[in-house]
Design a protein. Sequence first.
Length: 275
Amino acid sequence: MNAEYYFIDAFRTLRTRIGDDGARIGNRVYSKDLFFENVHFKRRWLSPYQIGYKAMIVNISDAVAMNAIPKYALLGVAMPKSMSLHQMDELADGIKDAACDYGIEIIGGDTIGNVKLDISVTIVSETDGRTLTRQGLKNGDILAYTGRIGTSARELRYLMAGGKVHSKSRFVRPRLRQRFIQKTGRHLRCGMDISDGLFSDLGKLSKANAKGIAFTKKIPKPLGCSGEEYEMLIAFPPGKARTIRRLAALTRTPLRIVGRAKRGKFTNRCKAHHF
């Protein structure tokens, strides 16, 4: 049993808003993710600036995944008392630069001393159209993902073995597909970001819609289990395939077909990343 899913299920009700990348209330979407030392990163791997920037990006990804426009952020930062003022400045600069890149205003939060560096971010987004959720998948719908996946896990292995990765690598600086989702959102049946790995997130779509998956080709387990990708997993009707491909080309977004939705269920066989 996945302990993370078990705990989340304890908060579900018949009318729950839990289950998507964020919760929509009126014309706003609220989302939160954690970015903790020794769980998501080690300080020897990333500079304080890179940690701050990525902490924001992985949270902004949830807003992008729901086709919402991120507007405000609340920060929770627990930092070691050993951090120097220069390191604090670097961390803050990374957070502010990511916020600036996406037009986000940081409106408050809280800070405390801690034995390690842990960051929590709440993003408040706005939507004036159709919110992209994980529900709505129908038999025959095409499932696809953007970009290339698998590199994040490979780079993590390098880091854990004592190696280094490029400052623009996916693990250090994920690339979000905001423009692609804004262009295609009204044509998509459902979608989510790939944060826990392709197979894990396919499992979430399968469970949310009570559907199985007919794969077009075999996907290697190392690729399917690679987490922290922050690409998009999407589904769309076959009749929209031409439009989606055209918009992918327009936004220079690589698009790879996974398969089609069918009756049945899909079981994720990957090991949980954080539990």
